[in-house]
Design a protein around this ligand. Structure first.
Ligand code: FES
Ligand SMILES: [Fe+2]
Length: 432
């Protein structure tokens, strides 16, 4: 086993933390299979018997709505000989889970309901009163504003303690609905990145890369915006979504990033999403009516681009988007990119967020593709013998610590990556 303490220092980390199978397995055990991990939104399983298949670390699980309407998270494993009970990504199991191999059946809380010819077990250890005959539940399940999490470990902080300041991501998303709630759009973009999960988490707070990596898209969108203005036309907001990527370095350096305990963090807003078209005016009036003007304006003016829940979630709350990582191997990561609808708003407001969702994530966009290309090349570079260390020196020594919050007044600082590795070291057993 590696001596993990030799692999990371405050200003750089050893490449093996991105490439080594043994380190990856330890991460799965000590981080993903120990802490709170996002499963899904409660609107993904609205009816009793609805399930959604989820992976936490290396464990296949199902998020399942019970007859009592409670959401549980169970291991997707039959207690008889181990066959997975649900074979699809999602569906409805009816009133019970029935194994496809020998028809053992289970209630929606996982408890065993019936075993064919049960007399065959008389006098053995495997009688229905043995808890081993029931489907195993995860240690803890909890939800925050409709977002469901599970922890495979029984010990450790509560969900609220774990989320800490990063709760603002969920609050910001839900508070933008006049009803205070969102519902899932039940299809997601599923993308496999051929790189370590950390590339994604670092990139989300990397304000130095957009004007380089996304230059071709940003410059092209800015050109269209200019041409439309020259012809006295107002460019739709979705061109601005893309042209903002090509902002100058100086602008990106002024967009603050913030690091929280547990490796969480946020990137402040840079797009200015308060247009004044008729649809927006109607929406703002709805918000004022729901919350009162002062509170509603506070919600609408929150200056957030996205919030990161380390080590797997990016919540882009102003546009109701959420990206969740499921690491599969040191060099392979699944990301699920979800989209939510604000309850109680007009279709036009939903369409505006949908434009962004597809413009940055769909198979047709260059935004996500350009990021993925960088990370694939990054993984190949780190797998080579061309150097052992990955640099996080940018603005090192200039970080400000206020209580347990870390930030830098330079938005392009690598302070947030350093904050992520501080949490990584703690999870991996290096102490604080
Ligand atoms: S493996 Fe499930 S009933 Fe036999
Ligand atoms: Fe990017």
């Amino acid at each position: 086993m590696h001596d993990i303490s030799k692999l990371i220092e405050p200003d750089h980390v050893h490449r093996s933390v991105y490439t080594d199978q043994e380190i990856f397995d330890t991460e799965m055990q000590r981080i993903f299979e120990s802490t709170w991990v996002y499963c899904g939104h409660e609107s993904q399983v609205p009816n009793p018997g609805d399930y959604y298949s989820v992976r936490i670390g290396r464990q296949p699980l199902i998020m399942l709505r019970g007859a009592d309407r409670k959401i549980r998270v169970l291991y997707n494993r039959c207690p008889h000989r181990g066959v997975q009970l649900c074979g699809s990504q999602s569906g409805n199991v009816g009133s019970s889970l029935v194994c496809s191999y020998h028809a053992w059946s289970f209630r929606l809380d996982g408890s065993v309901k019936s075993i064919p010819l049960p007399a065959g077990y008389a006098g053995t250890r495997m009688t229905p009163d043995n808890p081993d005959c029931s489907v195993k539940s995860v240690a803890r399940v909890d939800a925050y504003r409709g977002f469901v999490f599970a922890s495979l470990g029984a010990a450790g902080p509560t969900l609220l303690e774990f989320l800490g300041e990063a709760r603002i991501g969920f609050d910001d998303m839900c508070d933008r609905s006049p009803l205070g709630e969102v519902e899932i759009v039940p299809v997601c973009h599923r993308v496999i990145q051929h790189s370590n999960w950390k590339f994604f988490m670092e990139n989300q707070l990397d304000a130095l890369h957009p004007s380089v990596t996304h230059q071709s898209t940003g410059v092209a969108a800015a050109r269209v915006e200019r041409a439309m203005r020259e012809h006295d036309r107002t460019p739709p907001l979705y061109y601005h979504y893309l042209s903002a990527f090509a902002s100058p370095f100086e602008k990106w350096d002024s967009v603050q990033t913030v690091g929280f305990p547990h490796g969480h963090g946020l990137l402040r807003g840079y797009m200015g999403l308060r247009p004044d078209d008729a649809d927006t005016k109607e929406y703002v009036a709805q918000m004022h009516a729901a919350y009162g003007e002062e509170k509603a304006e506070g919600f609408l003016d929150r200056n957030i681009h996205h919030v990161l829940v380390y080590p797997y979630l990016s919540i882009q709350s102003p546009l109701q988007q959420l990206r969740c990582l499921r690491p599969l191997a040191p060099n392979k990561t699944l990301s699920e990119i979800w989209h939510f609808r604000l309850k109680g708003v007009s279709p036009a407001i939903y369409q505006r967020a949908l434009w962004y969702f597809n413009l940055v994530n769909s198979p047709a966009t260059l935004i996500n593709a350009d990021d993925l290309e960088n990370w694939t090349r990054g993984q190949r570079g780190l797998e080579s013998n061309g150097g052992d260390w990955v640099s996080f020196h940018r603005n090192f020594g200039g970080d400000t610590q206020e209580g347990d919050v870390t930030y830098s007044n330079n938005g392009t600082s690598e302070a947030v990556m350093r904050n992520q590795f501080k949490a990584w070291a703690q999870y991996m057993g290096m102490g604080s």
